[in-house]
Design a binder for this molecule. Structure first.
Ligand code: HEM
Length: 291
């Protein structure tokens, strides 16, 4: 999230008020059926159970609910969209890798005789190179540099790797350093999806130092959703389109064309999407990145 703090607080309040309205609407329209329609229904249901049981230490109160919804919106929107904006930059910079992903998708769709319009989650296991490319996009994008700016505080004094950490210290994990550490990722500046592939290139191997969503009990609760979103968006985009930089003087690049605030995000940019089946494009002033 870029811009100054005032703008951030203004946007935060807008989302907070929107969440409050959502909760009010749900309260008025609770349908009373067996099934909860969504997270808010389920939360309200539990709050009402706790209230009836006179449970004094219940955490199911309205402040918690509105704050949780706000967090889900804030945590769940810019993170995924920023990763997608990085994805296009890495694909523009690495046309051979884009082409390999497209070939893998084309071959899979042809061999499996898939008639579906859209690539779906069930197709994911058959596209290991694409999966590895998405992992590499996240490693190199490194959007949550300091844990996505979420701070943690230790409730008791402790020691870690020989360092004394007093009670109540604010701690931010430096994920950036982990993802560019040559001991874990040799030649870390190189965009290389094969670092996540098995020796025969047929399956994806998770790497213990790969932690874009953090680790432990406080790791990102949206990881599964984000992984689905990234796979579906990226696979369907690159299946259908090639990407072009419309302006040859464009400054778009992964090494310096970004700013770091709550997330590490590319500056705004323009690229053109050209349908891969469209042979009638006039490419005179465009830089082709994949045939
Ligand atoms: C590429 C996408 C995403 C990345 C890289 C990402 C990364 C992270 C990281 C590093 C944290 C901090 C964890 C910690 O404190 O140790 C976090 C927290 C969080 N994320 Fe995500 N996230 C992503 C997508 C999402 C999505 C889609 C949602 C929800 C719909 C979400 C919801 C949250 C929430 C609510 C927290 C705060 C959790 C807490 O304080 O307990 N995130 N995320």
């Amino acid at each position: 999230m870029r811009g100054n703090y005032k703008q951030f607080s203004k946007n935060f309040k807008k989302i907070f008020n929107f969440a409050k309205k959502l909760v009010e609407n749900h309260k008025q329209n609770l349908d009373g059926g067996e099934e909860s329609r969504d997270y808010i229904d389920e939360f309200l249901r539990q709050a009402s159970i706790d209230k009836k049981a006179n449970k004094m230490d219940s955490t199911f109160d309205m402040d918690q609910l509105v704050t949780s919804i706000t967090n889900l919106f804030i945590g769940g929107t810019e993170t995924t969209s920023t990763t997608l904006r990085w994805a296009f930059i890495f694909m523009i910079e690495n046309p051979d890798i884009l082409k390999k992903c497209q070939s893998e998708i084309d071959e899979y769709i042809e061999s499996a005789n898939i008639s579906t319009e859209m690539i779906q989650m069930t197709d994911k296991p058959f596209l290991p190179y694409l999966q590895a490319t998405i992992l590499e996009i996240q490693r190199c994008a490194n959007i949550a540099t300091l844990g996505g700016s979420t701070m943690h505080r230790n409730l008791q004094a402790t020691t870690l790797a020989g360092y004394n950490i007093p009670k109540d210290t604010y701690i931010a994990a430096n994920f950036f350093s982990v993802h560019v550490d040559g001991r874990s990722f040799p030649d870390p500046d190189k965009f290389d999806p094969t670092r996540f592939l098995s020796e025969d290139f047929k399956s994806v191997q998770r790497h213990p130092a790969y932690i874009p969503f953090s680790i432990g009990k406080k790791s990102c609760p949206g990881e599964a959703l984000a992984n689905m979103e990234l796979f579906l968006f990226i696979s369907n985009f690159i299946r259908r389109y090639n990407f072009y930089v419309p302006n040859q003087k464009s400054q778009i690049n992964s090494k310096s064309f970004y700013t770091t605030s709550l997330t590490r995000a590319p500056y705004d940019y323009q690229i053109s999407f050209i349908n891969r089946n469209d042979n009638n494009n006039n490419n005179n002033n465009k830089i082709p990145v994949a045939a």
